[in-house]
Design a protein around this ligand. Structure first.
Ligand SMILES: [Zn+2]
Length: 93
C-alpha cells in the first residue's frame, strides 16, 4: 500500500477496492491496556491496523521521549517495535 501525502490528511489506496481513502485513525481498546489504532476504507469498510500499543509500550514511549543516550534510545525503539508487531499479530481477526 502506498501512502500519498496530500495537503492535509494522508490518504492511501485501498488494497481491496482500489479507491483512495483518507486515513482517519480510530482507537479500539482491548483488555489489559491494549489499544489498537486503525482506520477503515471509506468505500468498502476494510479495516487496516496501523499499530498497537499496551501499557508496556506506552511506558517505553514515555521513557524514549526523555532518553538522551542514543544507544539506550535505539534499544528502546527496537523493543517497542518488536512488542508492537507482536501485539498486532495477536489481534483477534
Ligand atoms: Zn476499500
Amino acid at each position: 500500500m502506498t501512502v500519498l501525502f496530500q495537503t492535509r490528511q494522508p490518504t492511501v489506496r485501498c488494497n481491496r477496492c482500489g479507491h483512495k481513502t483518507p486515513i482517519t485513525l480510530k482507537t479500539r481498546a482491548y483488555g489489559r491496556g491494549k489499544k489498537e489504532h486503525y482506520f477503515t476504507c471509506h468505500t468498502c469498510r476494510t479495516k487496516y491496523t496501523s499499530y498497537c500499543t499496551d501499557e508496556q509500550v506506552r511506558a517505553w514511549q514515555k521513557k524514549a521521549r526523555t532518553e538522551t543516550d542514543s544507544d539506550q534510545l535505539l534499544l528502546l525503539q527496537t523493543k517497542m517495535k518488536e512488542r508492537m508487531d507482536k501485539l498486532k499479530e495477536e489481534l483477534p481477526q
